[in-house]
Ligand binder design. Structure first.
Ligand code: ATP
Ligand code: LTN
Length: 330
């Protein structure tokens, strides 16, 4: 039987090559042979205050990028989270079945709140909403980058906890899917930190929509080391290893093949080749993006996606409410 696949991306900042190589590429590959649902998680985005019109256009930007990288609405369901009310509804039920202790241990919460007393409660509850996204669709597989491992573990813990209490078939217990190559792309200016949408230095990441000049500058400036050898060794050569990972992911090669191809050559030439392969990989995505973003069909695709997703979610909500004894229908 086809596996149910679910994943989501926040409509915040520019989608970068870390998001693409760690997550979006998997979304596309999984479309064949599986039953895929891909979401733009706008409710997650408001854990940090957003300007409404900017948020709305960011939602459409990510939707257009989804389609531009190869998600096909004929094969997958593509929709916006807040268009299906079950996400927020299930999230409350799961909140009542998660512990403040386990949520306090989430590294993303600790990083983003930094002990600030006025950090929004939504930031604290963020992983529970993510668990609701996943469990609302009886999901088997969740393709994500490595940074989401802890959130997937929490989702599994909550599902198992509820199943033990309310019946084994209340929730499907999902598995994360993490790539070997690309699951964690590091920042170009600091290869000990992950490439992030929120970094201050624009040259720390490459957005899928960056122009050629920006791509070139960011790569040529990327931090390396002084020993000059193109060798994959993330422990002692994090900068060069990150560039090898990116090169390999775009060129369809493993790290060992990249090392072999570049043995005995210098960083300058390697960086120039990386600029080429990055530009060549992003060009077709950018061309499709421009077309899709300006077409009126985008909204129709998202509305249709929300209807299809909503029909699946509704059935799961009926089951969950029944198990919990919620509602008048009984
Ligand atoms: P950021 O931390 O960059 O601000 P995020 O992780 O909060 O962004 P999302 O848009 O929600 O951003 O992430 C979308 C997907 O991209 C997730 O599956 C996430 O694991 C993956 N991802 C994010 N950063 C990286 C990275 N540096 N390398 C690989 N995958 C990544
Ligand atoms: N927390 C994720 C985004 C996200 C997600 C999901 C990913 C929200 N809901 C459900 C997979 C499945 C992040 O990448 N920051």
């Amino acid at each position: 039987m086809a596996a149910r696949v679910f994943s989501g991306v926040q409509p915040t900042g520019n989608i970068h090559i870390g998001n693409y190589l760690g997550a979006l590429k998997q979304f596309v590959d999984l479309q064949t042979g599986n039953d895929c649902i891909y979401c733009i998680v706008d409710l997650h985005a408001i854990t940090v205050p957003k300007d409404p019109s900017e948020l709305n256009s960011a939602i459409l930007d990510v939707a257009a990028l989804y389609l531009a990288v190869g998600l096909d609405p004929g094969k997958s369901i593509v929709f916006v989270q807040s268009d299906v009310s079950g996400h927020a509804e299930l999230s409350w039920i799961l909140m009542c079945n998660s512990y403040t202790g386990e949520l306090s241990r989430m590294t993303q919460f600790k990083d983003k709140s930094r002990g600030n007393e006025s950090a929004p409660t939504g930031l604290f509850a963020y992983p529970v909403l993510m668990a609701a996204d996943i469990l609302l669709y009886d999901t088997d597989v969740v393709p994500v980058g490595n940074d989401q491992k802890q959130h997937i573990e929490l989702t599994r813990d909550i599902a198992i906890r509820v199943n033990n209490k309310y019946g084994e078939d209340t929730f499907v217990v999902p598995e994360g899917r993490f790539l070997k190559e690309g699951a964690r792309i590091m920042a170009l200016d600091d290869p000990t930190a992950k490439m992030s949408k929120s970094a201050e230095n624009p040259h720390s990441s490459i957005s899928l929509l960056d122009d050629e000049g920006k791509i070139k500058k960011s790569i040529m400036r990327a931090t390396t080391d002084s020993d000059g050898e193109i060798r994959f060794d993330p422990g002692s050569k994090p900068g060069v290893s990150n560039l090898i990972t990116i090169y390999g992911a775009f060129a369809g090669m493993g790290a060992a093949d990249v090392e072999r191809e570049w043995a005995g050559r210098g960083y300058g030439d390697f960086k120039k080749a990386l600029v080429e392969v990055t530009i060549d990989s992003l060009r077709p995505i950018q061309e499709r993006y421009a077309e899709i973003r300006s077409s009126g069909d985008l909204i129709t695709t998202l509305k249709d996606g929300a209807e299809r997703a909503g029909a699946i979610a509704e059935k799961v909500m009926v089951r969950v409410k029944d198990r919990f004894g919620l509602g008048a229908a009984g």
